[in-house]
Write a protein that binds this ligand. Structure first.
Ligand code: DGT
Ligand code: CA
Ligand code: CA
Ligand code: ZN
Length: 645
């Protein structure tokens, strides 16, 4: 069951302790689930559930609790479970009845547990009543409408299962950028700290900052004589769920969440997003996921070539290779070899004939090019720009001086206005915009006009106090207004006129997704025409790996915004920086830039921690070729005041 989270973890090679607290808690939870699938006694499975929860919450070191025997003193850990856990942690052997339970449960039933919203109890019922024994047979039964008729199920839960199956399939195929980077950076660091490793660097789509990642590619620089030892050390790292192949200079494996020492958490998800991706089980689904990784071990001389090759993209590589051919050179992952000298030699055997390169920039220089930032390597004009020395000066995180779309406890945020302002100042921002939800969005506790105006009064007080104290920081007051029927905004016009700005957003996704592109586009154009609208929030409503956006002609939308801007009316398009959204898509950033439509990178923060999401927006904006002048975030508070007036 490679790649499935529902297995007993392998012991660490160096123990005791052979398993972490997390792994034991996970194993107990799984036993409880498997017992429930088998219809075991409720009390029995509850004791496993409780023990799992208890261990999940303790702060003491589990290895020590086992070593001293104090484990048995913990409430809810009886004699039986205590010995089972001690054996696992102390000797690296799982109890045989746990192993049997895993081995004797049909794999198809375990596979179904991965579907969000579907638990063991209902799997058991469907198995007994309809003979459903895998995801495939479940889908078939649901499509034949057989599930809806079962007692206690219904058409709604049948549809939810179909949606869950689709979500799971997407989710197994790719992971979001934030998750991929979390794995990738943890793995890169662990490899880098192995003795004998000269350099370890993440390549592939993660280095190019694609919005989703298929697998991780890591290039490791190591001397030939250390290769074997380093390979072995990599295979012994924690977090490896399975090894798919291990050759002399190439290792393929599967990582799971035990790579994260501090545990795994997906952070705050706002209720809209949560609703779109299958509810409460989401965190569990996410933390159960895995990611594939491919490691290449090469000598330091070859490292830059291998790094460039495995950074890709494939399309970029093809153009690069052709450019080399035009110059009588042969470019590969092993080097840049003059055709005339290579003769019949290929691959690693020709590496010693390569033109030298200390880093990637040398490779590009050999081909008459400026070094191309990895985000741009998608064959969308970067080679031509690198030839003509016209590559953009991409934005950097320190260009960000503030952001305009953030929530507080007035709607569905976790932090107060004061906490958000403090946090923004602490990270060195010069200003912060607050845009809580409008009344129509009940799921997000949209604020009334009265509360909104009161919030504005508080903001004015803060601003004048700061001005008096000589503090160079200010708050802007906005709203995230729902787009209603006929391109109208939530709140009456006179209320909206009181604000510094309005983020206009679609949240009625079902309605918008059931409509055609023309209708949706026209509606957006109308809302852009509304004099109060200053920013179009998360313009397509997509949730990465969750749901596609509604159909809309974003080119027409951007062109329409361009007309307003040309006439002196500021209409900015949001690049929502939440890693669940990254909407505006990076592919459209360049179009906004070409049309002089300003982009605002907004974290859509629902907590103090959420402000940090702006980093993903910066990655996407870089990928979209944006420079400091193209984004509103780079303005000073003083200039922002002028832009919004
Ligand atoms: P992913 O994993 O689907 O998110 O995307 P990548 O770009 O990481 O793709 P992956 O992992 O299949 O391969 C890593 C890089 O290796 C890719 O970006 C470019 C290079 N590469 C792989 N296959 C080919 C190929 O057939 N031709 C060329 N020129 N380059 C390739
Ligand atoms: Ca990859
Ligand atoms: Ca790969
Ligand atoms: Zn929103």
């Amino acid at each position: 069951m490679a790649g499935n989270d529902f297995t007993l973890a392998k012991p660490r090679p160096t123990g005791p302790p052979f398993f972490s607290r997390n792994q034991i808690a996970q194993a107990l939870h799984q036993v409880a689930v498997l017992l429930e699938l088998q219809g075991a006694n409720v009390f029995r499975l509850r004791s496993y559930q409780n023990a799992s929860r208890t261990l999940g919450g303790i702060t003491e070191d589990l290895g020590e609790l086992v070593a001293t025997g104090e484990l048995f003193d913990i409430k809810g850990i009886g004699k039986g479970l205590g010995s089972a856990i001690s054996q696992a942690v102390g000797e690296g052997r799982w109890p045989s009845d746990w192993v049997d339970l895993h081995n004797n449960t049909p794999p198809g039933l375990i596979e179904m547990l991965g579907i969000p919203g579907l638990g063991p109890k209902r799997i058991k019922i469907m198995n007994e009543e309809l003979g459903v024994d895998s995801i495939a047979t479940l889908r078939q039964a649901a499509e034949e409408d057989a599930i809806a008729g079962l007692k206690g199920f219904g058409a709604k839960s049948q549809q939810k299962m179909l949606d869950g199956i689709e979500l799971l399939a997407r989710f197994r195929a790719r992971r979001r950028l934030d998750i991929g980077l979390m794995y990738g950076e943890a793995f890169e660091q662990k490899i880098a700290s192995i003795d004998g490793v000269i350099k370890a660097q993440l390549a592939g789509s993660a280095r190019r900052r694609r919005e989703t990642i298929g697998d991780l590619d890591i290039v490791v620089g190591v001397l030939d004589e250390n290769k074997d030892r380093v390979s072995k050390a990599i295979l012994g790292l924690p977090g490896i769920a399975d090894v798919k192949g291990a050759g002399e200079s190439k290792i393929s494996l599967i990582l799971d969440t035990s790579i994260f020492e501090g545990g795994f958490s997906v952070g705050h998800i706002d209720p809209n997003v949560m609703a779109a991706i299958g509810g409460d089980d989401y965190e569990q689904l996410e933390s159960g996921g895995t990611i594939d990784a491919q490691v290449r071990l090469v000598t330091p001389e070859v490292f830059p070539f291998t790094l460039a090759y495995f950074t890709g993209s494939k399309e970029h590589n093809i153009v690069m290779r052709q450019r080399a051919i035009d110059r009588g050179l042969r470019l590969s992952e092993f080097g840049l070899v003059p055709e005339a000298e290579a003769g019949g030699l290929k691959g690693m055997a020709s590496a010693h004939l390569s033109l030298p390169a200390l880093d990637e920039a040398d490779i590009y220089r050999h081909l008459g090019l400026d070094w191309v930032s990895p985000e741009l390597r998608e064959d969308t004009g970067e080679i031509a720009a690198a030839t003509d020395k016209l590559l953009p000066r991409l934005i950097v995180p320190s260009d960000i001086r503030g952001a305009l779309h953030n929530h507080t406890t007035l709607s569905d945020g976790d932090a107060s206005l004061e906490q958000m302002a403090d946090a923004a100042r602490k990270i060195g921002w010069n200003w912060l915009g607050i845009a809580d939800h409008s009344p129509t969005l009940k799921i997000a506790n949209g604020a009334s006009a009265e509360d909104l105006l009161a919030q504005g009064e508080v903001i004015r007080q803060y601003n004048s106090a700061w001005a008096k104290e000589g503090v160079d920081f200010r708050l802007f007051h906005g709203v995230e207004s729902d787009i209603l029927e006929d391109g109208k905004l939530d709140h009456p016009d006179d209320i909206l006129a009181e604000l510094d700005y309005v983020v206009a957003s679609v949240h009625a996704m079902t309605k918008w997704k059931n409509r055609d592109e023309v209708t949706n586009t026209e509606e957006l154009l109308r809302v852009i025409d509304h004099p109060a609208t200053s920013i179009l929030g998360h313009p397509t409503g997509r949730i990465l790996q969750g749901r596609d956006g509604y159909e809309v002609d974003m080119f027409a939308v951007i062109e329409h915004m361009a007309e307003h801007n040309a006439a002196g009316r500021m209409k900015a398009v949001e690049l929502n920086a939440s890693p669940y959204r990254l909407d505006l898509d990076w592919r459209l950033c360049k179009y906004a830039k070409a049309n002089n439509v300003p982009v605002i990178i907004n974290p859509d923060a629902h907590s103090v921690r959420g402000l940090a999401d702006v980093a993903y927006g910066v990655m996407a904006a870089r990928k979209g070729w944006l420079e400091s002048d193209d984004i509103l975030n780079s303005l000073s508070g003083h200039d922002m005041t002028k832009r919004l007036s």
